[in-house]
Design a binder for this molecule. Sequence first.
Ligand SMILES: [Zn+2]
Length: 179
Amino acid sequence: MEFDESRIMKQTKSSKMSKEADHKQRMTLHCRHCNTVLGDSHGICGEIKCLDSILCLRVTDDVVVSASMELGQKGEMAKCIYSSLECRVCCSAVGKVIHSAPSRLAMVRSLFLLNKANISCYIFKRSLMVKASTLTFDVKPLKESMDMMKLQFEVQLEEMTRIKIRLAETSVTSKLVKK
Ligand SMILES: [Zn+2]
């Protein structure tokens, strides 16, 4: 493989840009109806497209988990036991938390799922409030990061091999000169 620094630089740059593009930007999540702060970018851990929701590990105290549990009857929520999430200030529905789910949704159990349609995001860097539905909150797949790391190691290994060969050549030459 040829050593191509520009390739690496390009990849690092683009991955940085895509990271910063949406949820890695510092932002706060707000109720779309009354603008109460419901969470921030530190608590976001991705999104689940089939439920059109942002996945959050943490939310503010203004997100109220309803005491009653419901059983999903159809669609993606079929056979899921969940509670609704409400905004404490205006009482509008902002999402749900799934307590029990079939295996296809097992990874989002116990996380706060904020429905994108009911959430606005304030992006600090741009001083701008936008609808959450205009942003993506995808987490970079682990495989992509691993591939990038592997490529960097390969390049380093190649460089080291080249240096080793050069050193070996130099020592041979100096021995010949001495003779
Ligand atoms: Zn509200």
